[in-house]
Design a protein around this ligand. Structure first.
Ligand code: F6P
Length: 328
């Protein structure tokens, strides 16, 4: 490989996601392997503006592959959304001798990186890391698999208490704009109904489905609801609506919340993080920029950051059909 850079930086940004540490480790160790210096940026773009850097070597990332969270911490920076903020960040990178950047995060992180690259022609490669799995150009974002396992484990426990009391539970999972977590955790946990932002089934269909489920002999049920679903009611209002219209149901609500972002990454996410880190660093070192690494059909694929941000990762229609059949 024809190595063109001597020092690069790595940072994590946006909502944290299991696998961020494993990705940092992979970036740092790939730099060490190629004898290139690596700098960590604390607290994402905000830390870049404030010059919060730390030199990292292969030993700085010992024993973090299995840790949730991010050793570099994360932030959503308002200041980086301004031209002045981005100028400060650029000046700090140059002063530290940094020639390229690996950004680990989701679409907000990539949008920031793209604008920064356009304004300062600074080489950037993105690693998709968000529990939401809502990034175009990869079938799996880092942390999504772990999050699904966390959500399914929690819903399994809710099922125990639901069936002991013949109750209906509404369980809210994360996903402000995307239903990947809800759909997959819903199918995995055997949900009766799944409400996602991509498909507004409407309140009538939800009631119909619950009536059918009672008639078919079910005594307890789980409805998995994505945070951003589009019935126009929040999960507590949904539960009240069902209680008003179907008084035979004893309804409870459980919001899983930020626990879905924590915990040790699954083996799948650790392996994916290791692969993503190697590809991201090697792309950057060989002179590429403005790309995101992704995993498609069991291979690493590259997508222009602009495309990753503008296009949408589509929900699997066939899985929606499977969910429907399973709830018979
Ligand atoms: O983008 C990841 C995510 O966890 C979303 O699923 C969720 O809607 C959002 O972040 C929550 O963000 P915050 O941590 O700012 O509350």
């Amino acid at each position: 490989m024809n190595i063109q850079l001597k020092k690069i930086a790595v940072m994590t940004s946006g909502g944290d996601s299991p696998g961020m540490n494993a990705a940092i480790r992979s970036v740092v160790r790939t730099c060490a392997y190629h004898k290139v210096k690596c700098v960590g940026v604390y607290q994402g773009y905000q830390g870049m503006i404030e010059g919060k850097f730390i030199d990292l070597n292969a030993r700085s990332v010992n024993n973090i592959i299995n840790k949730g969270g991010t050793m570099l911490q994360s932030a959503r920076s308002m200041e980086f959304m301004t031209v002045e903020g981005r100028v400060k960040a650029y000046e700090n990178l140059i002063a530290k001798g940094i020639e390229g950047l690996v950004i680990i995060g989701g679409d907000g992180t990539f949008t920031g990186g793209m604008i920064f690259n356009q304004e300062h022609n600074f080489p950037i490669i993105g690693i998709p890391c968000t529990i939401d799995n809502d990034i175009y150009g990869t079938q799996f974002t880092l942390g999504y698999d772990t999050c699904l396992n966390t959500a399914v484990e929690a819903i399994d426990k809710i099922r125990d208490t639901a069936s002991s009391h013949n109750r209906l539970f509404f369980v809210e999972v994360m996903g402000r704009d995307a239903g990947f977590i809800a759909l997959n955790a819903g199918v995995g946990a055997g949900a009766e109904e799944i409400l996602i932002p991509e498909e507004n089934i409407g309140l009538d269909k939800m009631l119909e489905s619950l009536i059918k489920s009672k008639e078919s002999g079910k005594t307890s049920s789980i409805v998995v609801v994505a945070e951003g679903e589009k019935t126009g009611k929040n999960i507590f209002e949904l539960a009240e609506y069902v209680e008003e219209n179907l008084p035979e149901y004893d309804v409870r609500v459980s919001v899983l919340g930020h626990m879905q972002r924590g915990g040790a990454p699954s083996c799948f996410d650790r392996v994916l993080a290791s692969r993503f880190g190697v590809s991201a660093v090697e792309l950057l070192l060989s002179g590429s920029s403005n790309l995101m690494v992704g995993f498609v059909n069991n291979e690493i694929k590259y997508t222009p950051l602009e495309k990753a941000v503008k296009e949408h990762h589509k929900i699997d229609e066939e899985l929606l059909r499977v969910a429907d059949i399973m709830s018979v």
